[in-house]
Design a protein around this ligand. Structure first.
Ligand code: NAD
Length: 263
């Protein structure tokens, strides 16, 4: 019965993972490599990216990439399509945070460049990779289910429960939630699925820099499990989305039922 389910059974394929040098992207790169996928890591962090590719060896490569730059992403996609297997997977994890209120205590307004930059990296960067990866996937032969590929984006629960000071970040992630369904609809004709994961609080280098006390307090606010998410939780879900051929156009919260309070 299970064998009849539509799913990506053959993982002898190539993938691009943005933000793949750290946190969620790194865990996803490791998980994909472990099941035999040839991953191209796209990240700004040259040292970490190159070290990861060396550690994982084989078909894993690193291309220093700025996701907001057209030719930079095109170059990385060419690395992925130059491997001896079809590009079928793109996972967008590259992202940045920004904390600032619309108005500061002294009444001054949110910096416009900071808002623009956050939207540029998180939303426009995701779209840039999505469109160029989709174009490359569309040129491959479909599998026996008619599938050519799958794109997994990373939003955040801030897209729904943005906190005080999260306006730029929440807007950028809300944009990713919003593009998920139209992207899936646009790409249905070429057999490319699009899903988005909206993580809650995950223990990446970002949160690891907080004092233990603050991390414990954050974890205590999560209904169940009462712990921060692990990067591996995200990687496993990304892999589930890749394998599950009937998941499409959906945003999946991965947050232990956390709903964030205003602050
Ligand atoms: N950690 C969490 O709790 C959490 C929760 C919700 C959503 N997210 C989202 O998950 C994604 C990954 O976050 P993380 O916690 O792993 O952070 P991280 O900082 O560990 O990793 C992000 C990576 O993106 C790369 N990057 C940033 N700008 C880039 C650019 N212009 N081009 C290419 N690469 C770029 C960074 O160099 C870094 O390696 C982000 O989009 C983040 O917003 C994280």
């Amino acid at each position: 019965m299970l064998a009849n389910l539509g799913c990506m059974k053959n993982l002898d394929v190539a993938a691009v993972v943005t933000g793949g040098a750290s946190g969620l992207g790194e865990a996803t790169t490791r998980a994909l490599t472990a099941v035999g996928v040839a991953v191209t890591v796209l990240d700004l962090q040259e040292e970490r990216g190159a070290a990861l590719a060396t550690e994982l060896g084989g078909h894993t490569t690193f291309v220093r990439t700025d996701v907001t730059d057209e030719s930079s992403v095109q170059g990385a996609i060419e690395d992925a399509t130059g491997k001896d297997r079809p590009l079928r997977i793109a996972v967008n994890c590259a992202g940045i945070g920004w904390a600032q209120r619309v108005l500061a205590r002294d009444g001054s307004a949110h910096e416009l460049p900071a808002f623009t930059r956050t939207v540029m990296v998180n939303l426009v960067g995701t779209f840039n990779v999505l469109r160029l990866a989709a174009a490359a996937m569309a040129r491959t032969e479909p599998d026996d289910e008619g599938e050519r590929g799958v794109i997994v984006n990373t939003a955040s629960i801030a897209a729904y429960d943005g906190q005080i000071g999260q306006i730029a970040y929440a807007a950028s992630k809300g944009g990713i939630v919003g593009l998920t369904l139209p992207a899936a609809r646009d790409l249905a004709s070429v057999g490319v699925r699009v899903c988005t994961i909206a993580p809650g609080l995950v223990d990446t280098p970002l949160l690891a820099s907080l004092p233990e006390e603050a991390r414990t307090a954050l974890a205590a606010g999560i209904p169940f499990p009462k712990r921060l998410g692990r990067p591996e939780d995200f990687a496993e879900l990304a892999l589930d989305v890749v394998r599950h051929g009937y998941l499409n156009g959906e945003v999946i919260r991965m947050d232990g039922a956390l709903r964030m309070a205003p602050r």
